[in-house]
Design a protein around this ligand. Structure first.
Ligand code: SF4
Ligand code: SF4
Length: 246
């Protein structure tokens, strides 16, 4: 393990277990904040005193909540439709801008070329599944199988980076996970750097991804993780609104 970290200062990195626990604990709280924030936005469209002018006979709806089913000619149904349009329009654009800012910030950090992401990569898909996805036009899968090959035994993957291996295993819990490595890595250097595919150039593709502790993008991840979690929570909540109100 000494050699493995020789390009990095280990003291700068949060241990992986802590990263994962922090993510889980923070996400619950952030999800509640995101739900409250969206609720406050959608409440701005809530009609005031619509029932005083409503012509629907014998309305029995007592709880005038955003998720209550309303008849088509009800002002609260109009409210729900406005919410759907808002979430799919202005609000979605706002989230897209935040996403872009977060990804742009990544350019402030540089790969320290520790080689950890080339030595051990994980996927929920087996090699034949990835090849099939690649044949169907999935760019990520196509890039991935163009360089990565599967470890023959999980034990071999574990030896490469036991800490990262354990963390990835814990993350997916009961789901099967497949481990890969790139044979083009020579020492800590890519032997085909100029031709490496986007899957390598863009790593890490997302700040919520678990990273090896030696990865210099952990600093980027730390600086945007709250934003990333808030975005994820909002996207999940919007999906919930769409399903309930659509
Ligand atoms: S092609 Fe190069 S950069 Fe990509 S995984 Fe292989 S060694 Fe790493
Ligand atoms: S992206 Fe991160 S893990 Fe991969 S080589 Fe660069 S610093 Fe290491």
């Amino acid at each position: 393990m000494e050699n493995f970290f020789n390009n990095t200062n280990q003291q700068d990195f949060t241990p992986l277990e802590t990263q994962y626990d922090d993510l889980k604990d923070n996400y619950k709280q952030i999800f509640v904040e995101a739900a409250e924030s969206i609720r406050s936005e959608v409440n701005k469209f809530k009609p005031s005193n619509p029932c005083t002018v409503c012509t629907v006979k014998d309305c029995k709806i007592e709880k005038k909540d955003v998720f209550t089913p309303y008849p088509p000619n009800c002002a609260y149904r109009e409210w729900q439709l406005k919410i759907l349009a808002f979430l799919a329009g202005d609000y979605r654009q706002k989230l897209k801008n935040t996403y872009k800012m977060m990804m742009d910030k990544k350019s402030e950090y540089a790969c320290s070329r520790c080689g950890a992401c080339c030595r051990l990569a994980a996927s929920e898909f087996s090699y034949p599944q990835l090849k099939q996805k690649a044949m169907k036009g999935d760019k990520f899968a196509s890039d991935f199988v163009s360089v990565f090959v599967p470890f023959e035994k999980e034990e071999d993957a574990k030896k490469v980076n036991p800490e990262y291996f354990q963390l990835l295993n814990e993350l997916v819990e009961e789901q099967k996970i497949y481990y890969y490595y790139c044979p083009k890595l020579s020492g800590n250097e890519c032997s085909d750097y100029e031709n490496r595919p986007d899957v390598c150039k863009d790593f890490p593709h997302n700040p919520l991804k678990l990273l090896p502790s030696s990865c210099s993008f952990n600093e980027w991840k730390k600086s945007v993780s709250r934003t990333a979690m808030m975005l994820k929570a909002k996207v999940d909540i919007i999906e919930f609104y769409k399903n309930k109100l659509g």
